[in-house]
Design a protein around this ligand. Structure first.
Ligand code: NAI
Ligand code: MG
Length: 372
């Protein structure tokens, strides 16, 4: 059997604990892997001015897949910036290491299945089984931002855009610009991935999410490409909806939805909504998938208030290992993980605090491993 090379990136806070828990399950499966530690997160921003050091990027370029815990981001509160004022004075600018990882390796497909496991007291309804595909490298996350707005940009926009007249007379310090950039290639790749998934897994419907009636250029493009790609899959029902209306419909009738595909920001929002309907952050897993590399993670962050307590739910991370095994082609192992999770949730004997119990992170992982 092949020995996989897996980059192991615990990060900060509970990221370390949930990754440790997921290893209990991988070991029980006898998953043959060499786990190689990679540095990522807050500590490395503070000490090196880089939350994703080059050595970690090199490592990621040389593995079959990666498991990532969570990081603590640079705080937004100005007072807390003082912590790293020395670095700031050197002109080092913080950029999310997760977004950088996604962009560096073109992990364009953010794959977030949300399924209501039977017996989970946190389920909104019991028949939810929605798979979200979120475009992962473009849109409002490209990092093309201006604050303050330089005069040459303001002058150009004034020439090119009528609605910009509202801002043209403002001082550059009085507003900010974040660019939403979506390419034909980027839209097509994620939408096709969603339809291919639907075809392969016997799913009936793909819903394209947008706000094309207002954000006409970028979201209009996303919707147009959605319709074009859908024509190649006549056996799958094409559906579309505005992001705002979709939040209401999903909450009202989640069982009517199947596969969702969205540009980066809407996908981020809608996947959190879907996750909450099936148990919240303790259940939300995510794959950042490219052509050569894929990085799997729980969707949650480092939850500083619980760090070091080993009390958070490791199921999100254990389900992320399931996604990793699937992606590596280890379908049987992946199935075993999901079955074991489903069994422990249904039996209801071992529950972490979020599910109303008092099992620890590692006890929950052990209970799941014991079902394998
Ligand atoms: P968070 O996701 O870390 O935690 C928010 C709350 O969700 C927790 O206090 C807890 O009540 C609950 N929660 C999270 N994970 C849980 C689990 N496994 N089991 C049970 N309950 C769980 O979000 P927060 O507190 O807003 O952010 C903390 C730090 O994490 C920030 O620095 C933030 O920027 C960063 N962050 C990092 C992410 C990542 O690494 N992918 C994603 C989101 C936030
Ligand atoms: Mg999010």
């Amino acid at each position: 059997m092949k020995t996989y090379k897996i980059a192991w990136l615990p990060g900060d806070g509970i990221g370390i604990e949930v990754l440790e828990a997921s290893k209990i399950v991988l070991d029980k499966l006898n998953f043959a892997a060499e786990y190689i530690h990679g540095d990522i997160g807050w500590e490395f921003w503070c000490t090196e001015g880089d939350a994703l050091p080059k050595r970690t990027i090199d490592l990621l370029g040389n593995v079959d897949a990666a498991m990532f815990g969570a990081i603590t981001s640079k705080p937004v509160k100005e007072a807390e910036y003082e912590l790293v004022s020395e670095l700031r004075n050197k002109g080092l600018v913080y950029r999310s290491p997760i977004v950088r990882m996604r962009q560096t390796f073109d992990l364009y497909n953010c794959f977030r299945p949300t399924k209501a496991y039977k017996g989970n007291p946190l389920n909104l309804k019991d028949d939810i089984d929605i798979v979200v595909f979120r475009e992962n490298t473009e849109d409002l996350y490209v990092g093309v931002e201006f604050s303050p707005v330089p005069k040459e940009l303001s002058d150009t926009l004034q020439k090119l855009s009528k609605p910009f007249a509202t801002f043209a007379n403002l001082n550059g310090n009085d507003y900010a610009i974040s660019c939403k950039i979506n390419t034909i290639n980027g839209c097509e790749k994620i939408i096709r991935t969603a339809f291919e998934f639907a075809k392969e897994h016997g799913r009936k419907k793909v819903t394209v999410i947008h706000k094309a009636n207002v954000v006409r250029a970028t979201d209009g493009l996303f919707l147009e490409i959605g319709k074009r790609v859908a024509a190649d899959y006549p056996e799958i029902q094409f559906d579309e909806g505005n992001i705002d209306a979709m939040t209401m419909w999903l909450l009202k009738n989640p069982e009517r939805y199947d596969v969702l595909v969205a540009p980066n920001l809407y996908g981020d929002i809608i996947s959190d909504l879907c996750a909450q309907m099936v148990g919240g952050l303790g259940f939300a897993c995510s794959g950042n998938i490219g052509k050569k590399l894929a990085v799997f993670e729980p969707t949650h962050g480092s939850a500083p208030k619980y760090a070091g307590q080993y009390k958070v739910n490791p199921i999100a991370t254990i389900l992320a290992t399931k996604l990793m095994l699937d992606w590596l082609g280890e379908k049987e192992m992946a199935l075993k993980v999901e079955k074991a999770v489903a069994q422990v949730v249904e039996e209801g004997k071992v529950r972490t605090y979020d599910m109303g119990g008092n099992a620890s992170t590692l006890e929950m992982a052990q209970a799941i491993a014991d079902c394998i």
